[in-house]
Design a protein around this ligand. Structure first.
Ligand code: BGC
Length: 748
C-alpha cells in the first residue's frame, strides 16, 4: 500500500541536483572508497593510524572527537589529502544537552510541551555544533512499558503518540530550519526497533513481538520522526522474533525504505553488527558484515565488520554492489544535506556560547515544567510566606552530577545549580535554610546522618526532602529489578515524618520508582525526573510558588514492580477487574471459589500508584462535559470534540488537556483507551478555556487484518491494513488517563 509513494519519491529524487552530484561521485569511487564511507570510527585524536586511514578514504564518520582543532585537522586530511576529498561527519551522543543540560527526555516528555523538547534540542545543537559536531544520536524514541529498563530515562515514556510528538519536536530542534546551517545537527531516530520491549527490562535482551503490535505500538514514533525529516536512523541491539535489528531486512528495507520511502542514512549501534555473533545469528564477523549490508545498514559504528570484509563479500557475490551504492548514496546525501562539501570546517573563532543566560533560562523553565506534583495534602506546597525556615535534607539536595542524569557525556557538574544552592541563593534572605543531607548518596545505607537530619527538621517549619536515584542507576545497561528508593532513604523519610513536621518529598530519578509507601508518609510529593543543569532553580521555582506545577506523568507508575508491564492502554480482558479483595482482607480458610474471578493481583489490585497523564496543580481545574459536533463521523470527514475547562482555584496555571479514544468493538480487541491528542493550555484563575480537538478517520485507524471478520488472519502479515472500522467510539477530554466522562459517536 505504500509502494506507489515510495516509487514517486525515488523518481523525484533522481532529478535532484544533489542526487546528480552523488551519481558523479559514486561513478568515480573504487569499491574500497565506497566501503570507507560506510565505516565509522571512534576518535583517537590526531594519531597517525587515524590520519592514514582518512587519507586512504577508509573512514566516513568519526564519533566522540570533541576538540575543534583536531576535528578541523582530521577534516583537512579528508578534504585535501584523500583522493576524492569527501568530508567526514563528526558525531556525538548529545541526548538532552551538550553543556547546558535539559531534563532527561523522560522529564521533557513529562512537560507535555513539545516546545520544551524543541528548545532543548535547539540549544544542544547550537552548543555541540560550535565544536564541530554535526550529527547527534538522538532522539531516542523507543516506547517502553518497563520502568526497570535503565534506558526508560532516555525515552519519552510509554505512549506512542506522546513519543511521536516529542520526538518530532526534538528532530525539529536539532535540525533547525536548514540542515545545512552550521548550527544544525543531523538527528538520529533510534533504536530501530522495539528496543524498549526488552524482556524483563534487562538491557540488550530479546524481544518477541507480533508484527501487528510492532506496527501499532513500537513503530509510530519512528514514522513520525521520518516524517519530521530525521536525517538518520540507528538500529537497535535487540533481536526481534529471532532476528537482530542489525540483520533485519524486514525492518530496515521493507518497512523503512519500501513502505515509508525513507531516504536518510541508517547507522548500526555500537558494534551491533559484530554482536550478531554472540546473538547466535552469525558464525563470524564476515557473515555478520554480509547480513548487515544485505539488511540495509548503511554505516558500521565501531564494528570493523564492513571495512574488514565487505569488499570480499562483494567480490564473492554475497553482497550486491547495488546495495553498497545505495548505502553510500545515503551517506553522501547526509553529507550534502549538512552542507559539508561546501563548508567542511567548524569556525573556531566564534565566542563561547555555552551556558548562555538564554539557554540556562530555558533549561530552568524546562526543569520546572517537567516536575509532576503527585500529592499535596493540606496545600503544603507552595511554601508560603508564613514559613520562616526550611530543612533541606536528602542525598539529592546537593548532588550536582546526579541531577544532570544519565547520557550526559559533556555536561559539567560544576555548572549545575543544585536545589540547596538555589534555595539558599533565591530564598536565603527570606527563610532560614538548614541543610543536613542525612544520607550522602542514594544507596547510602548508614543511619549515622539520620539523627542530625531530624534535628534540622525539628528546627524548621517545613522539611524539603530530596530523595531519588543517582544518575548512574539509570541509562544504558543500568537496569534494576527492584525499583524502590535505594539505600536508607525510606528510613530517613520515616524518621523525618516522626518529627511531626510537614514533609515534602521531592524525588529526582531516572525512572518511575515504586514510592507508594513513601508517598503515603509524605505530605506532598513532587516527582522530578533528573532535571539537568538548572534542576535546582527550576524545582525551587515550583516549591516556592514562582511556577505552578504543570507536568504530568509520561508513564504509568506501578505500586510494586510485579505489576510491570502496567500501562494505561491495556486491553479490557474477558474478565475486567471487579470486586477486588486484597491479600490482607482474605479471611483465613476462604474457599477458592468464593472470591470471584476477575483480572487483578491479590497484593496490588488492578490500579497503578499513579496513572499515565496524571499530575496535580496548585490550582483546580474543572472539566465540563465533552461536546461533539456530531454523533456520527462520516468516512473522509471530521468531527470536533470540545470541552470547557475552568480554573476554579487560586493560581493562574497551565493544564495539559488530554484526548483519549476507545474503539468499543474491533475485529481485533482494542485498548481501553488511547491517547490521540493533547494541548497544554494556560488558564487564568476564574477563567474558562474551550479546548477543541478535531478527530478524523485516521485517528481511529489501527493495524489489523484486511478480513474484518476473521481474527486468525491477523497472523498473516501480507494482509495487514491500517484502517478504521465502523462502530461506536468513546471520546474523553480529561486531565489524565484515569478520569473523565466520555461522549460517544459512531463511525459509518
Ligand atoms: C548506544 C547508542 C549510542 C551509541 C554511541 C550505544 O551503546 O546504544 O544509543 O548512540 O552507543 O555512543
Amino acid at each position: 500500500m505504500f509502494s506507489a509513494s515510495a516509487f514517486a519519491m525515488a523518481a523525484c529524487s533522481e532529478k535532484d541536483p544533489v542526487e546528480q552530484k552523488i551519481d558523479s561521485l559514486l561513478s568515480r569511487m573504487t569499491l574500497e572508497e565506497k566501503i570507507g564511507q560506510m565505516n565509522q570510527l571512534t576518535g583517537i585524536g590526531l594519531a597517525d593510524d587515524m590520519t592514514a586511514q582518512i587519507r586512504a578514504g577508509k573512514v566516513g564518520s568519526i564519533l566522540n572527537e570533541l576538540d575543534p582543532g583536531v576535528i578541523n585537522e582530521l577534516q583537512r586530511v579528508a578534504v585535501e589529502e584523500s583522493r576524492l576529498g569527501i568530508p567526514l561527519v563528526f558525531a556525538r551522543d548529545v541526548i538532552h544537552g551538550f553543556k547546558t543540560i535539559f531534563p532527561i527526555p523522560l522529564g521533557q516528555a513529562a512537560s507535555w510541551n513539545p516546545q520544551v523538547a524543541e528548545d532543548g534540542a535547539r540549544i544542544a545543537a547550537i552548543e555541540s555544533s560550535s565544536v564541530g559536531i554535526r550529527w547527534t544520536f538522538a532522539p531516542m524514541i523507543d516506547v517502553t512499558r518497563d520502568p526497570r529498563w535503565g534506558r526508560i530515562a532516555e525515552s519519552c515514556g510509554e505512549d506512542p503518540y506522546l513519543a511521536s510528538v516529542m520526538g518530532a519536536a526534538m528532530v525539529r530542534g536539532f535540525q533547525g530550519n536548514e540542515l545545512s546551517d552550521p548550527s544544525s545537527v543531523a538527528a538520529c531516530a533510534k533504536h530501530f526497533a522495539a528496543y524498549g520491549a526488552t524482556e524483563s527490562g534487562k538491557d540488550y535482551n530479546t524481544t518477541w513481538i507480533p508484527e501487528l503490535q510492532l506496527r501499532e505500538y513500537y513503530l509510530p514514533p519512528f514514522k513520525a520522526a521520518a516524517d519530521a525529516g530525521a536525517a538518520t536512523f540507528m538500529c537497535s541491539f535487540n533481536d526481534i522474533n529471532g532476528v537482530p535489528s542489525s540483520g533485519n531486512a524486514f525492518l530496515n528495507r521493507t518497512v523503512l525504505r519500501d513502505e515509508w520511502g525513507y531516504d536518510g542514512m541508517m547507522v548500526s549501534d555500537w558494534g551491533s553488527i559484530e554482536q550478531m555473533i554472540p546473538h547466535g545469528f552469525c558464525h563470524d564477523l564476515k557473515e555478520a558484515a554480509g547480513k548487515a549490508a544485505n539488511a540495509g545498514i548503511d554505516m558500521d559504528m565501531m564494528g570493523y565488520a564492513y571495512i574488514s570484509h565487505l569488499a570480499d563479500l562483494v567480490k564473492e557475490g554475497t553482497v550486491s554492489e547495488k546495495y553498497i551504492d545505495e548505502s553510500v548514496r545515503n551517506v553522501l546525501r547526509l553529507k550534502f544535506r549538512l552542507g559539508l562539501f561546501d563548508n567542511p570546517y567548524v569556525d573556531v573563532t566564534g565566542e563561547d556560547i555555552f551556558y548562555s543566560d538564554e539557554s540556562l533560562g530555558k533549561a530552568r523553565r524546562a526543569a520546572a515544567e517537567s516536575a509532576v506534583l503527585l500529592k499535596n495534602d493540606r496545600k503544603v506546597l507552595p511554601v508560603g510566606a508564613s514559613v520562616r525556615s526550611v530543612a533541606v535534607v536528602g542525598p539529592l539536595a546537593d548532588s550536582p552530577a546526579d541531577q544532570i542524569g544519565t547520557w550526559c557525556f559533556d555536561g559539567e557538574p560544576e555548572h549545575s545549580v543544585t536545589p540547596l544552592a538555589a534555595i539558599r541563593s533565591m530564598y536565603g534572605d527570606k527563610v532560614r535554610v538548614i541543610a543536613e543531607p542525612g544520607l550522602s548518596y542514594s544507596r547510602d545505607k548508614s543511619a549515622e546522618g539520620i539523627r542530625k537530619a531530624c534535628e534540622a527538621a525539628r528546627n524548621a517549619d517545613v522539611v524539603l526532602y530530596f530523595a531519588g536515584e543517582e544518575a548512574v542507576l539509570s541509562g544504558e545497561a543500568r537496569c534494576r529489578a527492584d525499583i524502590s528508593l535505594p539505600g536508607a532513604q525510606t528510613e530517613l523519610l520515616k524518621a523525618l515524618k516522626n518529627t511531626g513536621k510537614p514533609v515534602v518529598l521531592v524525588v529526582m530519578a531516572g525512572r518511575p520508582l515504586t514510592i507508594g509507601y513513601e508517598a503515603g508518609l509524605a505530605d506532598a510529593v513532587l516527582y522530578s525526573f533528573h532535571a539537568g543543569t538548572m534542576a535546582g532553580p527550576g524545582l525551587a521555582d515550583v516549591i516556592f510558588g514562582k511556577e505552578v506545577p504543570s507536568g504530568k506523568l509520561p508513564v504509568t507508575m506501578p505500586r510494586m514492580v510485579g505489576q510491570v508491564p502496567i500501562y494505561y492502554a491495556h486491553k479490557n480482558t474477558g474478565r475486567p477487574a471487579a470486586d477486588i479483595t486484597l491479600i490482607d482482607d482474605i479471611e483465613v480458610g476462604t474457599k477458592q471459589t468464593s472470591l470471584g474471578f476477575t483480572s487483578y493481583h491479590l497484593d496490588a489490585g488492578d490500579s497503578p500508584l499513579y496513572p499515565f497523564g496524571y499530575g496535580k496543580s496548585y490550582t483546580e481545574f474543572s472539566y465540563g462535559p465533552v461536546t461533539l459536533s456530531s454523533d456520527r463521523l462520516a468516512r473522509g470527514g471530521s468531527l470536533t470534540a470540545s470541552c470547557e475547562i475552568t480554573n476554579t482555584g487560586d493560581f493562574d496555571a497551565a493544564e495539559a488537556v488530554q484526548l483519549y479514544v476507545r474503539d468499543h468493538v474491533g475485529s481485533l480487541v482494542r485498548p481501553v483507551k488511547e491517547l490521540k491528542g493533547f494541548n497544554k493550555v494556560f488558564i487564568r484563575k476564574g477563567e474558562t478555556a474551550k479546548v477543541e480537538f478535531v478527530l478524523s478517520e485516521d485517528d481511529l485507524a489501527y493495524w489489523h487484518s484486511a478480513e474484518l471478520s476473521d481474527g486468525d488472519l491477523a497472523f498473516a502479515h501480507s494482509t495487514l491494513v491500517h484502517t478504521a472500522e465502523p462502530g461506536e467510539f468513546s471520546v474523553w477530554i480529561a486531565p489524565d488517563s484515569a478520569s473523565g466522562v466520555p461522549a460517544v459517536f459512531s463511525l459509518e
